[in-house]
Design a protein around this ligand. Structure first.
Ligand code: ADP
Length: 224
C-alpha cells in the first residue's frame, strides 16, 4: 500500500468545504480532523474562560489572536500527537511559522498543503444558506438539504443553528480578514514548501474534490 500523508493542512476561504472534506479524509484515512473554529465554538458553547475570550473576536468575524489559536493547537497536539488534518489553522503567517517550528522540534514537517479556491460570489451564497451543528461540526445547506434552524442534526441529533458569524455583517469582515491575513499564508508556503502546495477548485462537486484530495494524500510522498 502507498504511504499516506498524515500531516495535512487545508487552506481556503470560509465555505470552501474544508470542514466537509477534512471529515471525509479523516474517516477514510483515519487521520484526526482538527478544526480550530470547531474547537473554539465548543469552548464558547461550554462557556469556558477561553471560549468567552474567543467569542468577542469570532462573533465579529475577526480572528482570535495568534497566541490564543496557538494555545488551543498546542494543547491538541500534546494530547493527540503530530498526526492531523488541520482545517482553519494556520490562518496567519505567524501561525504558519509556529507550526513549522513546533514540528521541527519533533523532527517532523508537513506532508501536504491544499488550497481550496472559491470565488466570493459562491462563498456568499453558501454561507448565507448554511446551517450548522455546533456539537458534531456537520454543516448543511438549507436549500439543498432542507434542514432548518432548530431541526435535529441528521448526524448526531443535536439542534441545528445558524453560526453567530454566518451573517451578512460578519461575512464581509471574514472575507477581508481572509484576503489580508490568510492569503499571505499561501505565499509563505509557496516560498517555503512549493512542492507540498496544491490548489483545487472548490466550486467542483464534493465527490470530485474528495477524489482529488485522496489522490494527493496517498501519492504525495511517492512523488517527492
Ligand atoms: P470558516 O472557515 O467557515 O470561517 P471556522 O470554523 O474555521 O470558519 O472559524 C470560525 C472563526 O473561528 C473564525 O472566523 C475565527 O474567528 C476563529 N478562528 C478559527 N481558527 C482560527 C485561527 N487559526 N486563528 C484565529 N482565529 C481562528
Amino acid at each position: 500500500m502507498n504511504p499516506v500523508n498524515h500531516r495535512i493542512v487545508l487552506l481556503g476561504p470560509p465555505a470552501s468545504g474544508k470542514g466537509t472534506q477534512a471529515d471525509r479524509l479523516a474517516d477514510c484515512f483515519l487521520i484526526p480532523h482538527v478544526s480550530t473554529g470547531a474547537l473554539l465554538r465548543s469552548e464558547c458553547s461550554r462557556g469556558t474562560p477561553l471560549g468567552q475570550e474567543a467569542d468577542g473576536w469570532t462573533s465579529k468575524g475577526l480572528l482570535v489572536p495568534d497566541e490564543l489559536a496557538v494555545r488551543i493547537v498546542t494543547a491538541w497536539m500534546k494530547e493527540n500527537g503530530p498526526r492531523f488534518i488541520f482545517d482553519g489553522f494556520p490562518r496567519t503567517v505567524g501561525q504558519a511559522e509556529y507550526l513549522d517550528s513546533s514540528l521541527a522540534e519533533l523532527r517532523a514537517g508537513l506532508d501536504l498543503i491544499v488550497l481550496l479556491e472559491l470565488p466570493d460570489e459562491l462563498i456568499r451564497r453558501r454561507i448565507l444558506e448554511r446551517i450548522s451543528c455546533l456539537k458534531c461540526g456537520a454543516t448543511f445547506s438549507m436549500s439543498l438539504h432542507g434542514n432548518q434552524e432548530g431541526s435535529p442534526c441528521p448526524r448526531c441529533g443535536a439542534l441545528l443553528v445558524r453560526r453567530n458569524d454566518d451573517t451578512e455583517a460578519a461575512l464581509d469582515q471574514r472575507l477581508e480578514v481572509y484576503r489580508d491575513l490568510t492569503l499571505p499564508v499561501v505565499g509563505y508556503y509557496e516560498k517555503t514548501s512549493p512542492n507540498l502546495l496544491h490548489r483545487i477548485d472548490a466550486g467542483e462537486g464534493s465527490d470530485e474534490i474528495f477524489a482529488r484530495l485522496s489522490a494527493l494524500v496517498v501519492d504525495q510522498k511517492d512523488e517527492g
